[in-house]
Design a protein around this ligand. Structure first.
Ligand SMILES: [Zn+2]
Ligand SMILES: [Zn+2]
Ligand SMILES: [Zn+2]
Length: 349
């Protein structure tokens, strides 16, 4: 993630800000230039960029009315929603308890996802515009908070629709799920990054004439998916999963391997970019300051940086008494898969 600058006072702005904390000027995200900008009221509920009256905006409906977004829409656009909110198909029932607060957490993670996807030049077509190829999000709450088996919203992807169970935004609930499933890492952002990997498989890989190359690395996805998942839940991952997969779950089926590896690719790209934006320069790292254009770099260079940065990151977390931020090891086979995804995106987007 990049850092931004207030056009009014020059202080830095963070991606999540809707106001400059130094001078109080409101702020919003301009998706056309992928920058957070300080904004000043213009006329008729319109806004303009502080210091640049040529850029005029309306606030995204979810920014102005619902308070869960900081997106902007060009003043002359007919869209009510910003680039990120346009992808929503279903939002939670806002008359219920803390649904709005939880929804806001999902929207924040989704905006970060959308930022990275647009930086990588990946297609971001709303399903409302192209039903066949488009992407949509459904944020749903379990119908019964007491939880009846089989009556639960399942987080997942199906035919371009990414469904996220609203409970994943509740820290206590998500942490309990993480412990129950013996996972070392579970975050809302991680869910988004994983599920969107399934979407891009359908969009970019499924019908590609070179799918044989993907199968050679990730395995044959024509393997019975339901059976493979069932086997995984009964038997667990093979003992040597770490040699071949980034997580135990990635060992369940080639589709899940692709989605897990895809998620890690996005973890790495975003975290390195953030380090770069903050001027972090690990002494031995030769490339950490050049990830501004991740697509222009070779994956080998990115992974060299990542190897150093993840150690620093984990050590900093330990200093604060937290668990490791990135509790994973990238084996040679996983590095090969990450490199493949990187080159696949570079050659197709
Ligand atoms: Zn300011
Ligand atoms: Zn929005
Ligand atoms: Zn999956």
């Amino acid at each position: 993630m990049d850092l931004f600058k207030c056009g009014q006072c020059g202080e830095r702005l963070f991606f999540e800000n809707n106001r400059c904390l130094a001078c109080g000027t409101e702020a919003g995200f301009d998706w056309e230039v992928c920058r957070l900008v300080a904004i000043k009221p213009s006329s008729d509920r319109l806004w303009q960029a502080a210091g640049d009256s040529s850029r005029r905006y309306r606030k995204c409906f979810n920014h102005e009315v619902e308070g869960v977004c900081n997106g902007l829409v060009p003043a002359d656009s007919s869209d009510r929603f910003c680039v990120s909110c346009r992808l929503n198909q279903t939002i939670p029932d806002l008359s219920v308890g803390k649904n709005r607060e939880l929804w806001g957490k999902l929207e924040a993670a989704k905006r970060r996802l959308v930022f990275t996807l647009s930086e990588l030049g990946l297609p971001l077509i709303p399903k409302s515009v192209d039903f066949q190829r488009g992407l949509a999000f459904a944020f749903l709450a379990d119908p019964n908070p007491d939880f009846i088996e089989g009556d639960r919203v399942l987080t997942g992807h199906s035919q371009g629709v990414i469904t996220i169970n609203l409970a994943e935004a509740d820290d206590a609930v998500r942490e309990q799920m993480r412990l129950d499933l013996r996972e070392v890492y579970r975050t809302v952002l991680g869910h988004f990054r994983h599920e969107v990997g399934h979407y891009y498989w359908d969009l970019l890989v499924r019908n590609d004439p070179e799918i044989g190359r993907v199968r050679a690395i990730f395995g044959d996805e024509r393997l019975n998916y339901a059976q493979a998942l069932q086997d995984h839940y009964v038997n667990g991952a093979p003992w040597d999963w770490q040699m071949h997969f980034v997580t135990p779950y990635a060992a369940s089926h080639p589709w899940e391997d692709w989605a897990e590896t895809w998620a890690h690719y996005l973890h790495i790209i975003d975290t390195l970019e953030t380090a770069n934006a903050h001027g972090v320069n690990v002494q031995e790292a030769r490339h950490v300051c050049s990830v501004r254009d991740p697509i222009g770099l070779k994956m080998e260079a990115i992974l060299e940086d990542w190897h150093i940065l993840r150690i620093v990151l984990n050590s900093l977390n330990r200093s604060m008494g937290h668990a490791d931020a990135y509790p994973f090891v990238i084996s040679g086979a996983v590095a090969h898969k990450l490199r493949f995804i990187h080159d696949w995106i570079r050659s197709r987007c």
